[in-house]
Write a protein that binds this ligand. Structure first.
Ligand code: AMP
Ligand code: MG
Length: 329
């Protein structure tokens, strides 16, 4: 992966060294604030001391089967088997999913009542990767009032007139809410990079800006969970064929997906870069093996439930002075 524009002016030698496999290089590109985070994590500070401890929990590990990308380490999706199931069996997984949904539902009620923190769940995947299905299956039964799902499409003219984070920041979940991003600010280093929609120096700058944006949200009381749904190229073929074969699925078939499929390898490279450059101690990337939908759903649901549990939301204290109050007839 050649880097044409050495923005930091360090010259081609440093650039080459940075790109070699043996170097844990991605952090070197981050702007100062993000690099400081990475150093705090290296020093064993976990989610790092300057995160408001009363707002931000120590993040629990993701569910078995998920691969969490270590901050500042080289990472390749090719190292993750998309067929992995986390040791689960299909029949067990379906029953277990219901139990995880119940946990999410009960914890969401408290998060909403408490109105102090929020949870942002980000989904990224290649076309047909299962973002819609995961959201539908995992969040079924959640009180819609406490949940906002945003699907990000090609930006409008108005959005393109603003900085690239503007439309995402405006939709970040407020206190008490669970926000779900179906595609997200990562499109601006994925499709935008693959299709060359902005110059290279522009998208290269964005990894650090994304890390800073996510740090801002985190420091403001938002816990961020980022799931990358990982499917194989063969699986995508099967899913596209299934959409073509079934008239009730025709609406899901987008001929543009075939054009994007031709750029499969370029997307994998863009994914690898985004996953390693933007996996931070405070907002790590979770790669979900997603060929098996039933395993994928359970892994995501369990991770969301565990994270909400770690946030430990509480109903507000009962109010004093209400004992004597009589409601008039
Ligand atoms: P879908 O999610 O299949 O409905 O398609 C949405 C389309 O919008 C996808 O092709 C995305 O790549 C595209 N898209 C989303 N965000 C951006 C962005 N920031 N810039 C360009 N295209 C985008
Ligand atoms: Mg599509």
């Amino acid at each position: 992966m050649a880097r044409k524009n050495g923005k930091d002016g360090k010259g081609s030698k440093a650039e080459k060294a940075r790109e070699t496999k043996s170097q844990a290089a991605p952090g070197a590109d981050h702007p100062p604030s993000s690099a400081r985070w990475a150093r705090a994590a290296d020093a064993g500070a976990g989610t790092a001391p300057s995160l408001s401890p009363h707002l931000h929990p120590v993040l629990p590990p993701a569910a078995p089967g998920i691969v969490t990308v270590a901050p500042d380490q080289r990472f390749s999706l090719a190292s993750v088997d998309p067929n992995a199931t986390g040791g689960l069996d299909k029949a067990e997984a379906k029953a277990a999913l219901e139990a995880q949904r119940e946990r999410i539902k009960a914890l969401q009620e408290k998060l909403y009542a408490e109105r102090r923190r929020s949870l942002l769940v980000v989904f990224q995947a290649i076309d047909t990767g299962g973002k819609d299905g995961t959201i539908r299956n995992v969040l079924e039964g959640v009180n819609p009032q406490g949940c906002r799902v945003w699907s990000f499409k090609v930006p409008s003219a108005e959005e393109l007139d603003q900085d690239f984070l503007w439309r995402y920041h405006a939709r970040a979940p407020g206190r008490g809410l669970i926000g779900v991003f179906n595609r997200s600010h990562y499109e601006d280093v994925l499709v935008v990079r693959v299709k060359g929609l902005v110059p290279e120096e522009t998208w290269r700058e964005r990894y650090g800006l994304i890390n800073d944006f996510e740090r801002l949200l985190t420091l403001s009381g938002t816990v961020i969970l980022k799931f990358f749904l990982h499917i194989s190229k063969d699986e995508q073929k099967e899913r596209l064929e299934a959409r073509l074969a079934d008239p009730t699925k025709h609406w899901k078939f987008d001929p543009a997906d075939l054009v994007e499929r031709e750029s499969w390898n370029a997307y994998q490279t863009a994914f690898d870069d985004a996953l390693c450059r933007c996996s931070t101690p405070y907002a790590p990337w979770h790669v979900v093996p997603a060929n098996r939908k039933w395993a994928r759903n359970l892994m995501v649901a369990r991770t969301i439930a565990d994270t909400l549990e770690a946030m430990d939301p509480h109903f507000p204290e009962p109010r004093a002075g209400l004992e004597g109050i009589k409601v008039p007839d």
